[in-house]
Design a protein around this ligand. Structure first.
Ligand SMILES: Cc1cn([C@H]2C[C@H](O)[C@@H](COP(=O)(O)OP(=O)(O)OP(=O)(O)O)O2)c(=O)[nH]c1=O
Length: 197
């Protein structure tokens, strides 16, 4: 396998952590892509599009800088319940409202990952099902006050105290946390990038 130059187009510390956990060598490229779902766009199409746009934006910035021959990884994670897409909460009331809706129910977490290089793009998606325990108002208030829900799709973090709210996970832990590592490494191999395992 040849050595490729991998860039992670993301501001998410979770994605950095997960790529490091997989033993990958990469650089980080900051991108800011607007996340607005079109009215007729399915949740899965939306997550794919945003992940691809992040990777494309990363590659465009790198090419504008010095035309480096790079492979750029973009990812997006959303929580979906009853056809509604829960992004990151804007404020405390928003976070509490999301948690109230997730309480005692099973939702989907959709995580897409895209690799974009000059003349080549490929992506994959991972859908997990997460069942929340019934949450009373005191738990919701305490969790929101902890600050953990902010910056997280669906207002919780499986890698944090949010794990204590989850009764059951059917799917990928890394996918829920923000970057499905099995699908990511499978894509990297297709791009002939060096992976440790
Ligand atoms: C459900 C869940 C989400 N999350 C996080 C992962 C993502 O950072 C975030 C979903 O928002 P994203 O829009 O996917 O990512 P981001 O804006 O944080 O980062 P970037 O676009 O720069 O890559 O939610 C967790 O950390 N734990 C969880 O259990």
């Amino acid at each position: 396998m040849e050595e490729g130059v991998l860039y992670l187009a993301s501001q998410s510390p979770r994605r950095r952590e997960l790529l490091q956990q997989a033993g990958l060598v990469f650089s980080v490229q900051d991108v800011n892509v607007p996340e607005h779902r079109a009215v007729d766009e399915s949740p899965q199409d939306y997550v794919h599009r945003v992940a691809r746009d992040k990777a494309r934006a990363g590659l465009a910035r790198l090419q504008a800088d010095d035309g480096v021959d790079a492979v750029v990884l973009g990812a997006d994670t959303e929580v979906v319940l009853d056809g509604d897409v829960f992004g990151k909460p804007q404020h405390a009331d928003d976070a509490a409202a999301m948690l109230r809706r997730l309480s005692g129910r099973t939702h989907e977490v959709i995580s897409a990952v895209w690799l974009v290089a000059e003349g080549r793009e490929q992506g994959d998606v991972c859908v997990s099902r997460v069942r929340f325990a019934p949450l009373d108002e005191a738990i919701i208030a305490a969790y929101v006050a902890s600050g953990e829900p902010f910056g997280k799709a669906g207002a919780y973090a499986i890698q944090g105290c949010g794990a204590t709210l989850i009764e059951h996970l059917d799917g990928s832990y890394s996918g829920v946390m923000g970057l499905p590592l099995f699908e990511t490494v499978r894509l990297l191999k297709r791009f002939n990038l060096v992976v440790p395992v």
